[in-house]
Structures are given as structure tokens and as C-alpha cells.
Write a protein that binds this ligand. Structure first.
Ligand SMILES: Cc1cc2nc3c(=O)[nH]c(=O)nc-3n(C[C@H](O)[C@H](O)[C@H](O)COP(=O)(O)O)c2cc1C
Length: 182
């Protein structure tokens, strides 16, 4: 099984990137994992959508070839970061590789709310006509990691045991969900 990670933060020391790496490390015997490169995507331009630059073509292909996608995103101003929305806008046009694709969302914040607003917005975007992802039902599977500074160590490793246990359960259920969609 092949999964694609999409991280909504471009920051080198991003907690969300660290969380995506934690997923990769904990499950490396259960799926192949690739991280999408969204930094190099140009701003979405409808004039370019029929013959977009290589970075867009690569992302479309990565999504097409993945059995499932895990989006790990911070919350910026009560929503998803523009870089993530930009990537989703590119993916919503022409080939539309997210249609029917199993997707799970997760997010890490430094504050108390754990990206709840961003993920609610994200779920609405994922339901849009050009995207129509097959979203893992959130009940029982929500990964809302708050107070990140207390849960990651200085090397960027997630150390909070109850979060790790919840992560194992939620990702395990996502793998079953992906399997059943194949
Ligand atoms: C532009 C900006 C807006 C932010 N807005 C929110 C917000 O609405 N809610 C929240 O919980 N945290 C907010 N934060 C704090 C982020 O949770 C925190 O910076 C987090 O570490 C970002 O994720 P990263 O470590 O993966 O880069 C904001 C941070 C930035 C830079």
C-alpha cells in the first residue's frame, strides 16, 4: 500500500512535519510513504491549468498513484494555510485525482484548540465538487494535537504516550479504510 503525506506547513522545524515523520516511522512496515512537495507549486492560475508546470504535474501523479492521502496541517487564522488550499485548488482541476481517494486529516497546533477549526474547514474543502475525497469518518479518528511544545521533544519526536496510542488506532483504521476502497 502506498500513502502520500501532504503537510500544510513549510517551516523546517514544523510540528506538523514532525508528526508526518512520526507516522512514517511508526508504520514503515505497513505502507510505503511519500511526502508531497507543495512549496514549489506556483499560485493557482486557471490560465495555466491545462498545461501546468512540472511541480503540479508531479503532485497530480503522486496523488493518482497513492492508495490514500494523509493531510497534516496547522491552523492559520482559524483555517487551513494558503499553501495547502493552493495545492488543493490545483488538484481540483482537470485531472481531479482526489475524487474518491481515501483521505485522512490530522493537525498539530501550539495552542489549546488543536487545529479543530482548520480541520472543519478542510473537510468542507475536501467535499467540494472538484475534490470529492473519500474522507475517513472523523468520529473516533480525529487527530487534533494541541499544546505541541509539551508533546514533542527537542529533536522533534512525538513523545506523548496517549497521543501515540490514539495515532496508532486512527491510522490503523485508516489503513483498513484504504484497503476496503481498493
Ligand atoms: C500565520 C499564523 C496563524 C496562526 N493561527 C492559528 C490559529 O488560528 N489557531 C491556532 O491554534 N494556532 C494558530 N497559529 C499557531 C500555530 O498553531 C503554530 O504556529 C504551529 O506551530 C504551526 O504549525 P507548524 O509547527 O507545523 O509550522 C498560527 C500561526 C501562524 C504562523
Amino acid at each position: 500500500m502506498k500513502l502520500l503525506g501532504v503537510v500544510g506547513s513549510l517551516r523546517k522545524e514544523s510540528y506538523n512535519l514532525a508528526f508526518a515523520r512520526t507516522i512514517q516511522e511508526r508504520f514503515n512496515d505497513r505502507f510505503e510513504w511519500e511526502l508531497a512537495e507543495i512549496r514549489s507549486l506556483p499560485l493557482f492560475d486557471q490560465d495555466e491549468e491545462q498545461s501546468p508546470p512540472p511541480s503540479v504535474l508531479k503532485l497530480r501523479k503522486q496523488v493518482q498513484e497513492a492508495d490514500g492521502v494523509i493531510i497534516v496541517t496547522p491552523e492559520y487564522n482559524w483555517s487551513i494555510p494558503g499553501v495547502l488550499k493552493n495545492a488543493l485548488d490545483w488538484l481540483s482541476r482537470v485531472e481531479q485525482p482526489l475524487i474518491g481517494k481515501p483521505v485522512m486529516t490530522a493537525g498539530v497546533s501550539t495552542g489549546i484548540m488543536g487545529t479543530i477549526r482548520a480541520q472543519l474547514h478542510l473537510r468542507e474543502v475536501l467535499a467540494a465538487p472538484g475534490i470529492r475525497a473519500k474522507l475517513l469518518p472523523p468520529a473516533g479518528n480525529e487527530l487534533l494535537i494541541n499544546l505541541a511544545a509539551q508533546k514533542f521533544d527537542a529533536t522533534g519526536r512525538l513523545k506523548d504516550e496517549s497521543t501515540l496510542q490514539h495515532l496508532d488506532g486512527a491510522v490503523g483504521r485508516f489503513l483498513e479504510f484504504v484497503q476496503s476502497a481498493r
